[in-house]
Design a protein around this ligand. Structure first.
Ligand code: RUB
Length: 300
């Protein structure tokens, strides 16, 4: 699929979930490079990359992945070698899901009841891996208004054989208390330099309630979702989606439809990356270790 079509599908949320957004964007740039016959690939890639980056503003995996393509294209002038490196990048991103599932599942204990919010492939894979290991877990997922991504999660977990209960978002406190939730497992759209987590709207409420009941919050997050821009002091834009997603306009009523919120690092126990488990406050070290290339680009 070409970059413009991919950008449209990201905008309309046909392509969604922070990791899938990033890998789809890179795959579209690979297709673009394969078909490119002009003599200014780098400039054209930058233009296509801008279209992709503008598709959705909050998940940093998208600009990180696009910037990485441009960084590679700048350094590698041999088209075949560049494509090889880009395909390797996509493969590694997909493999990171499995690595995170294996590491994260170790934090899940026998008979745990796990609550998850929205639809994160990373979080789901941790839960399914724990189930495959025979830990006899059960799960609860939230409906996730207004787009109801929780229904996708419920389907995926049920299809994998994990006993699953669906609750409305406002039943989270009731569920954590009455269903005796042992752990919360969520994904990430962005992790900031201070360890704050940006994920689907409502994640911060879930984490706050989990804290109240001493329930650990585990965040599954590929390192591509850490934000180098936040190291330079920039704030992450929270997407304000079409208010019609909530309901038809009401006269005299202002609607607000933020798609994501910020969970302070104090409410998160661990972040599970493909390289291992870190406390949220070690996010700075991840950025320093992994994003030297992007810091170079951002400072220019
Ligand atoms: C999805 C969402 C997910 C993260 C992580 O929001 O908030 O928790 O993107 O997903 P939306 P993954 O439905 O608005 O894209 O682990 O699949 O990358």
């Amino acid at each position: 699929m070409d970059p413009a079509t991919t950008a449209e599908k990201i905008k309309s949320m046909e392509i969604r979930g922070a990791l899938f957004i990033a890998t789809s964007a890179v795959e579209s740039l690979i297709e673009f490079i394969e078909g490119y016959e002009g003599d200014d690939l780098l400039e054209e890639l930058k233009r296509e990359g801008e279209i992709l980056k503008k598709a959705r503003p909050t998940a940093v995996s998208l600009p990180n992945a696009v910037n990485y393509c441009i960084y590679l294209a700048n350094a590698e002038k041999n088209r075949g070698e560049l494509l090889k490196k880009l395909r390797k990048f996509v493969k590694e991103q997909k493999e990171s899901l499995e690595k995170i599932a294996r590491i994260g599942a170790k934090r899940i204990e026998k008979n745990d009841c796990i609550l998850t919010h929205c639809n994160s492939q990373t979080a789901i894979d941790i839960i399914i891996e724990a189930h495959k290991q025979g830990k006899d877990i059960t799960s609860i997922c939230t409906e996730t208004r207004p787009r109801h991504q929780g229904y996708i999660t419920a389907r995926q977990l049920a299809d994998a054989g994990v006993p699953v209960t669906l609750v409305i978002d406002s039943a989270v406190r009731f569920a954590i208390r009455e269903e005796e939730v042992d752990k919360v497992v969520v994904g990430a759209d962005t992790v900031c330099a201070n360890g704050a987590l940006i994920n689907k709207i409502g994640t911060s409420q879930v984490a706050l309630i989990a804290k109240e009941f001493n329930v650990p919050v585990i965040c599954g997050c590929e390192t591509i979702k850490f934000s180098p821009e936040t190291l330079l002091g920039n704030l992450v834009e929270i997407e304000d989606r079409n208010h019609k997603e909530i309901r038809e306009p009401m006269e005299g009523v202002r609607m607000l439809n933020p798609a994501f919120d910020v969970t302070p690092p104090e409410y998160i126990d661990v972040i599970v990356t493909e390289d291992g488990i870190i406390p949220p406050h070690a996010s700075y070290d991840v950025l320093k270790d992994k994003f030297g290339w992007e810091m170079e680009m951002l400072k220019k």
